[in-house]
Design a protein around this ligand. Structure first.
Ligand code: IP8
Length: 248
């Protein structure tokens, strides 16, 4: 059986300009593509968009800055569960056996901020024919209260532990873009794209593409970044957008 992990970017499935607002049209299109595809095993992960990020920034919680305030925990986690429920319902409308996996109840960060996400339940869900749907969330973090765990971190963790065959990121951009805004078809080393992505941390803050490319190069499985229009072709086994694979 081959395992595919697909991340739905938060800004793809929500309206990023309005708090707690779905982009139902795009979510519906992506759900249609997933419903029409014939993949063996599929794990979905979605980001926070205007649900998680809005509440996280209101409470000053990030991947590195934690909080023990129960209102912060319930607001952020609650918003992400609401978004997860919307995603599940749109998948159920297409007869996809999607089931929720809430990282707050399963994952943990130690004092060095290293993330542990048990995957036994996800494996059994897959074996039983379900499509587990994880999401960016808050997680208990030793010495910090809770911090944010991004969907990207969850994708990397799940793909590593379950030895995924393919990893896809459905994003608002059609791939990693060069200086002329053309899609770079393939990235095999960071050096080759360092000039375009920038080495600085500011790139991570503004777009996260540099950090994403770095962690995908370390994944050990081919990963692709593409737009919602390309979900079908990715699930059909093609490599739309940018393919990132350090193994060449
Ligand atoms: O959108 C962040 O997940 P991401 C989730 O994948 C929260 O970075 C709670 C802000």
């Amino acid at each position: 059986m081959s395992l595919t992990v697909l991340k739905l970017g938060g800004s793809v499935i929500t309206d990023k300009d309005r708090a707690d607002t779905l982009d139902d049209e795009t979510l519906g299109r992506v759900a249609d593509a997933i419903g029409d595809a014939s993949v063996d095993d599929l794990v979905l992960v979605h980001g926070g968009g205007s649900f998680g990020h809005h509440h996280a920034s209101e409470h000053g919680v990030s991947k590195t800055t934690g909080s023990s305030d129960i209102d912060a925990v319930t607001d952020i986690h609650g918003a992400m569960k609401t978004l997860n429920n919307f995603v599940l319902s749109r998948l159920h409308d297409r007869e996809i056996s999607a089931v929720p996996v809430h990282p707050f109840s399963a994952a943990v960060r130690d004092a060095t901020a290293s993330l542990t996400l048990p995957t036994g339940q996800i494996e059994t869900m897959l074996e039983e024919g379900f499509v587990p749907v994880l999401h960016g969330d808050v997680v208990a973090h030793e010495g910090e209260g809770v911090t944010v765990v991004s969907g990207d971190e969850l994708v990397v963790s799940v793909a590593r532990h379950l030895d995924a065959d393919r990893v896809g990121f459905c994003s608002t951009v059609p791939g990693v873009l060069d200086e002329n805004d053309e899609v770079i078809p393939e990235i095999t080393t960071y050096e080759a794209v360092a000039d375009v992505l920038g080495e600085s941390e500011s790139t991570d803050v503004t777009g996260g593409m540099a950090g994403k490319v770095r962690s995908l190069l370390e994944l050990g499985a081919p990963a692709s970044i593409f737009s919602p229009d390309d979900v079908s072709s990715f699930l059909d086994g093609e490599t739309p957008g940018t393919r990132i694979d350090a193994t060449g």
